[in-house]
Design a binder for this molecule. Sequence first.
Ligand code: TMP
Length: 206
Amino acid sequence: MFITFEGGEGNGKSTQSKILYEKLKGSGKKCILTHEPGGTEVGELICKILKSEHSEPISAETELLLFNASRSQLIEQVILPALNDDAIVICDRYTDSTLAYQGYARGLDLETVRKANVLGSHGIVPDLTFFFDMDPKSSFSRIKTKLDRIEKESLAFHEKVRKGFKAIVKAEPKRFVTIDASRSIEEISEIIWNEVSSRIENGCNK
Ligand code: TMP
């Protein structure tokens, strides 16, 4: 079973992916938690390039390829071996982020982004994706750390990201569970746990 957590910035999905991981481990399930960009030695180097400021701008196409380069490495080194070992894989961000950020927000052709994602992900599609939805104005007020290169983009950019995610969810409603990220940590973790446990009971975790 492959579960991804998606959404804009500062909406609590990293906290929730950790809570789910701990609960699954606690219930005796074989499980791994990873994230994008990064999650491998090479991926973390790519992540540094993507998040830090440079003396020249990074083009949207370069971003698209770097996120997918990091992804391909993560698939080969971490995700595929874990899925082949029958582990539940939780990934904090995945291909939907690329479609929302580099496609809908940066304005790259959506079909081109989808094709790059197929290459980077080796065609591996999540079984279940939690989309954390929140107005960027509110979610940014929660971020206490220094903003990175992409977080520093305009409010209009982050609003396009949110619209993009909503369009992605609408096109593939079966894969997604939308979470109102303004709810409490406890409420959200319960919604996620109920969803994942029922899918496990229904045999999704082969
Ligand atoms: P995070 O570690 O705070 O989630 O930061 C990852 C940043 O990278 C976040 O701003 C979203 C962005 N991102 C993309 O633009 N495209 C992608 O494909 C992924 C995975 C992340």
